[in-house]
Design a binder for this molecule. Structure first.
Ligand code: NAP
Length: 301
């Protein structure tokens, strides 16, 4: 099956219904040729949107694979992130403390490094990776404006921002943010109550969701909550005829009215093929709430 594309926001950017995440790429042990094959195979399934971050160190190997087939670049959307400065980062590993840096200088330096490593001359979407307590929203907006005017970045968004942090930047960035990439899974449901999803819907943008499978832990639970959840997911899978528990999880997050776009984190083509089948899985409200209840440990009041 092939999945379709959908608007990420009213700004005109289209993305695939699932996004491929490359956080773990450095652990996959793939050669450039193997990675290129993986990219081509997921693109054949309709996954055209690729998620990176400067801090993942995924951009250089991805760029190396892309260099083997440069024509692929214009057929995909590249999302990457900036702003996290891990200890040891910088010239000669000079920095001692993990920190965030959303200064204009840091944003622009990060984009230049991403462009160089990805071997491309534009990014489709740049996200501020984490909210920076020292963020000056006016300075961020100026950096965005410069990068856009130079044709280096097409669209801008944020990740892990609260509603207030999103609102503060949205107020001064005249083009409007195109997403907030946040964590949501049946195990970690905080986003259902934080207002972030509703804020995205209000602004006409879709949230992107990371770690929908709890980084794999939903399939291999280690605590009572996880075991309860897996049993319920298995029961719902049987009831609705989904091919896998993973499909039930993706159907559960995609049922939300803010119409989120899930990120996949797997290195296995078979798991990607299975995941995209979730577009045909429809849960009843009762099934959806049974998963919520298994996570919450008690029913809705
Ligand atoms: N913005 C942010 O702050 C942020 C934070 C985290 C992640 N992200 C993005 O979101 C993407 C997805 O996050 P994620 O990787 O945590 O997603 P995830 O889908 O929750 O977890 C993927 C992990 O689960 C494993 N897995 C998948 N199916 C499994 C199964 N049936 N049994 C056991 N293990 C299984 C995968 O291993 P295999 O490779 O073996 O399948 C992989 O290690 C990342 O790549 C990154 O792009 C963003």
């Amino acid at each position: 099956m092939t999945i379709s594309r959908m608007p990420l926001s009213y700004h005109g950017l289209e993305v695939s219904q699932f996004i491929a995440g490359f956080w773990r790429l450095k652990h996959w042990g793939m050669s450039a040729k193997e990675l290129l094959r993986f990219i081509e195979e997921i693109m054949d399934l309709g996954i055209t949107t690729m998620d990176h971050a400067m801090v993942y160190r995924s951009e250089a190997p991805f760029g190396e694979a892309l260099a083997l087939q440069p024509g692929l670049r214009k057929k995909m959307e590249i999302v990457t992130k900036c702003g996290i400065r891990p200890a040891g980062f910088g010239p000669l590993g000079a920095q001692r403390t993990n920190h965030y840096d959303s200064s204009a200088e840091a944003i622009i330096e990060s984009v230049e490094a991403s462009l160089r490593d990805l071997r491309t001359d534009y990014l489709d979407v740049l996200l501020l990776h984490r909210p920076d307590y020292l963020m000056d929203v006016h300075e961020v907006a100026e950096a965005f404006a410069r990068l856009k005017a130079q044709g280096k970045v097409r669209y801008f968004g944020v990740s892990n921002f609260s509603t207030a942090q999103f609102g503060a930047l949205q107020n001064v960035w005249s083009d409007g943010l195109v997403t907030n990439q946040i964590e949501l899974s049946p195990y970690r449901m905080e986003a259902l109550d934080s207002g972030v999803l509703e804020q995205c819907a209000t602004h006409g943008v879709r949230p992107m969701l990371w770690s929908c499978l709890g980084a794999g832990s939903l399939l291999n639970p280690t605590d009572a909550k996880g075991q309860r959840l897996l049993a319920t997911l298995q029961q719902v899978r049987e009831e609705c005829g989904a091919a896998s528990v993973e499909q039930v999880v993706y159907a559960w997050v995609m049922a939300l009215p803010s119409r989120p776009v899930p990120l996949l984190g797997t290195s296995k083509l078979e798991r990607v093929k299975d995941a995209v089948g979730a577009v045909d899985v429809l849960l009843t409200r009762e099934q959806w709430y049974s998963i919520w209840e298994a996570s919450n440990g008690a029913s809705v009041p």
